[in-house]
Ligand binder design. Structure first.
Ligand code: SF4
Ligand code: SF4
Length: 434
């Protein structure tokens, strides 16, 4: 592992492959990603520039290198040289330069530090180009080339060893027992059979165990048979963020296989955006058949319990604004569900200027929050979000993704801003009516 710098960028690299081997590994991966959909996307950009104004990194810096379509440039060059209809001609006449190791090194910042795979650019593109998806595919090549920000690579190695970036499975019973004691709630672990397999985000297994206790309080209230399980417990999927497809699949399979082993019909995901992207949507792509269990996000679960009157809530009766996590709302479709839960809490909702599917990202998704190198960019995005939140004048600021919450907490600390970011789950658990 090492950190290095070219004339214009800083990058990390892993392993001892030669520069040539890194380029070849990336190119092989890029070419394997060029299915019909990716090819159509690469062919259809009309360079209208609309995606630039959609991207929080471009909007808050004004730096042209953060234009979404620019982030795909080496990927586009690889496509034109290797997979486009005129690829042999392009190569023979050297019409397009092969991406070099320096291109890939400089590209690391654009793919990992300044893209959260939030999909806001995708939403506005008149040609329907899914830039967020293409960035994710480009990250696969970068991972193969050993060109990933070191903090993310470290988390990858940990998850490969433990099945979690937070803890080995064997420590889970102790962590849950401690959280149960601290918060005064039963948290079952490793039951041989249960109806719901409950999973956590990595942060909830460390500093934020109250979220585990909040979920437990609600599940115990409705009298369902549920458990957490050493076999599959951490739904935060670092493989999804890094471009490590093999790890991504392995982590999600652990959840599905554990659910099947204990006869659970449902896997309940925590308040985590990329957990939802990886387990709910990506798994459906590679599983090969319909997923044998239902995989739902915490927000969906809370909404269902409220709608079916299995829980009732005390009305808070104050104003609130809500940050829509990109992977849960724009990419995941749960815009209305979160608002029904807020309404059940009796909030007067004052929407952010940009909200729902058009809400701006928190600036920390896609692994950006875990990448210290990206902190200055995150802080710029935070300024914009802070202004939008303050403009609502709302008393509460709520979100439904733990990673967004951590991003906001880090931003608030840096900006000396004292408004807390509240969790939808926590508000529900704290306001259960008898
Ligand atoms: S996916 Fe989001 S962060 Fe990435 S380029 Fe598009 S708007 Fe910017
Ligand atoms: S909005 Fe779409 S078509 Fe326009 S520049 Fe961006 S990717 Fe290309």
């Amino acid at each position: 592992m090492s950190m290095a710098a070219t004339a214009t960028s800083t990058f990390d690299q892993q392993g001892d492959q030669s520069d040539g081997a890194r380029v070849d590994a990336a190119m092989r991966s890029f070419v394997s990603e060029f299915g019909v959909t990716a090819a159509l996307h690469m062919e259809s950009c009309v360079r209208c520039g609309l995606c630039a104004q959609a991207c929080h990194f471009y909007v808050t810096t004004g730096d042209a290198k953060y234009t979404p379509i620019h982030k795909l440039e080496p990927f586009r060059r690889a496509y034109l040289r290797e997979a486009s209809p005129f690829a042999p001609l392009v190569r023979a006449l050297a019409l397009v330069k092969k991406p070099s190791i320096v291109d890939l090194q400089q590209w690391q910042e654009l793919l990992y530090d300044s893209c959260t795979m939030c999909g806001r650019c995708t939403l506005v593109c008149p040609m329907g180009i899914d830039i967020a998806e293409l960035v994710k595919e480009a990250r696969h090549g970068m991972f193969k080339a050993g060109l990933v920000p070191e903090r993310l690579a470290l988390m990858d190695r940990t998850a490969r060893q433990w099945g979690s970036t937070a803890t080995p499975g064997e420590d889970l019973p102790d962590i849950l027992a401690e959280a149960a004691r601290e918060h005064g709630v039963d948290i079952p672990c490793d039951l041989h059979s249960a109806d719901i397999l409950v999973t956590a985000a990595s942060a909830e297994l460390g500093e934020h165990t109250k979220a585990l206790a909040d979920a437990a309080k609600i599940l115990n209230r409705i009298g369902v048979k549920w458990t957490m399980h050493q076999g599959g417990f951490d739904a935060s999927n670092i493989g999804f963020n890094n471009g490590d497809l093999e790890l991504q699949e392995r982590l999600t399979r652990a959840l599905v296989d554990t659910a099947l082993k204990i006869g659970a019909k449902t896997v309940l995901l925590p308040e985590c955006g990329h957990a939802y992207g990886a387990a709910r949507w990506e798994a459906a792509k590679w599983y090969g058949r319909a997923l044998p269990v239902r995989i739902i996000h915490m927000t969906e679960f809370l909404d269902e319990l409220i709608t079916t009157k299995r829980i009732r809530l005390k009305k808070i009766g104050e104003s609130a604004t809500f940050h829509d996590p990109c992977q849960i709302v724009r990419r995941g479709g749960l815009e209305a569900a979160a608002r029904r839960v807020l309404a059940a809490l009796g909030f007067e909702l004052i929407e952010l200027q940009d909200h729902g599917v058009t809400g701006y990202c928190c600036g920390g998704g896609g692994g950006v929050v875990s990448n210290p190198r990206a902190a200055p960019l995150r802080h710029k995005v935070f300024e914009m979000k802070q202004q939008q939140i303050e403009a609502t004048g709302a008393k509460h600021f709520v979100t439904s993704c733990g990673q967004c919450r951590i991003t906001f907490e880090m931003g608030a600390k840096y900006a000396n801003w004292d408004k807390p970011t509240e969790s939808l789950l926590e508000l529900v658990a704290d306001n259960l009516a008898e």
